[in-house]
Design a protein around this ligand. Structure first.
Ligand code: KG4
Ligand code: ZN
Length: 342
């Protein structure tokens, strides 16, 4: 097989990223420019600001990705791009750039689902990883358990019924006034706290792999109010550690339950929350105890990046899944309908 070079473009939220990946597995470049700092004072991503920054960054980021990889744009085989889900205005910037390149270079365009990209980050990290496996996808906008039966074949077998896991981290951090995004700051504070300090609830649904994080979130808020009413100092580190432990327990129990149900001995983590140190530790511990294999991308591949999109595009192309130049962006898009809308 001759070498295949895929460009991956990602602009669904606040990261503008482009990457070149060789044969689906080897990252030749992965350039990420983020507008995160501009959103910090609002405590969340401001879509209009994100879109404007994507417009500014997209061409230099793609140029830099090609330059670092030592690849000329004419040498590319496929142009992969995230076309949903995400912020519509943000998605359209990456999508328009990808379409323009595909058209002008005469290269095939491959629309990639953002979550498909997150899961694929594991293929970049682990050369030996092959489907089938169970993936826990936890980010700011999603919390899904996905059964990946083959490359590009996904079935959602569990999902959140309210907040996404990352969203819960972000809300708790906001209430505690410790910064944005919440995940990394809660993770850091939790290292100094006692996870057994407060018993926050863990919600499980009978005969279902679904999640719920609103109960634990409300319990944290009630606990904070109680402390404030009593005039007590807020034990920030203990609250972060106890909250994080509750979320990790919920995520871990359901994911390993899913692996058992699907008779699968491989579990992978994906999405921004996959960078959480306690989550990685717990998954490692349970997997070892059950004699299962556990995969997680390095932190830079957990958050949004172009390399994971290039990887997913490579495997979609191998299966003949290409997109037309009329490909649209979708703010909401299920991972189970990638072929239908892409
Ligand atoms: O995948 P991502 O970069 O963007 C989305 O597609 O949403 O995920 C961002 C989310 C944020 O909610 C952030 O708080 C969370 O991932 N996150 C973490 C950690 N690092 C990022 N959550 C828990 N622990 C972390 N270390
Ligand atoms: Zn993401």
């Amino acid at each position: 097989m001759s070498d295949i070079l895929t460009l991956g473009i990602e602009s669904s939220c606040d990261e503008t990223s482009a990457a070149v990946v060789l044969n689906g597995r080897k990252v030749l470049s992965n350039v990420i420019s983020t507008s995160l700092d501009l959103h910090k004072m609002y405590g969340g991503v401001v879509p209009e600001v994100a879109s404007r920054k994507h417009v500014e960054y997209i061409v230099p980021v793609i140029d830099e990705a090609l330059r670092t990889a030592g690849v000329k744009k004419e040498e590319l085989d496929y142009i992969g791009v995230t076309y949903g889900p995400g912020l519509l205005g943000a998605l359209l910037v990456g999508l328009s750039a990808a379409k323009a390149m595909a058209f002008s270079l005469g290269k095939p365009l491959v629309g990639v689902h953002h979550i498909e990209g997150h899961i694929s980050a594991n293929f970049l990290e682990y050369e030996e990883l092959e489907p089938p496996f169970i993936a826990l996808v936890a980010s700011g906008g999603h919390s899904h358990i996905v059964y990946c039966s083959d490359y590009g074949e996904f079935k959602i077998i569990g999902r959140t019924r309210d907040d996404a896991a990352g969203e819960a981290f972000d809300k708790i951090a906001r209430e505690l006034g410790i910064g944005y995004p919440g995940g990394p700051v809660v993770d850091k504070a939790a290292k100094l706290g006692d996870p057994g300090a407060v018993a926050f609830p863990r919600v499980h649904f009978k005969d279902s792999l679904d999640f719920s994080f609103s109960g634990v979130k409300t319990a944290v808020l009630n606990h904070l109010n109680k402390c404030k009413m009593k005039g007590e100092e807020i034990p920030v580190n203990d609250i972060c550690a106890s909250f994080q432990k509750a979320v990790v327990d919920i995520l871990s129990e359901n994911t390993f339950k899913a692996a058992k149900q699907f008779n699968c001995d491989k579990v992978v983590l994906a999405g921004g929350v996959a960078a959480n140190s306690a989550l990685r530790e717990e998954f490692g511990r349970v997997a070892e105890k059950r004699n299962m294999k556990f995969y997680r991308p390095s932190p830079v591949l957990c958050t949004d990046n172009g390399a994971m999109i290039a990887c997913a595009a490579h495997y979609a192309a191998q299966k003949g899944r290409f997109s037309g130049l009329d490909l649209n962006a979708y703010a909401n898009l299920s991972i189970e309908e990638i072929g239908a809308k892409g």
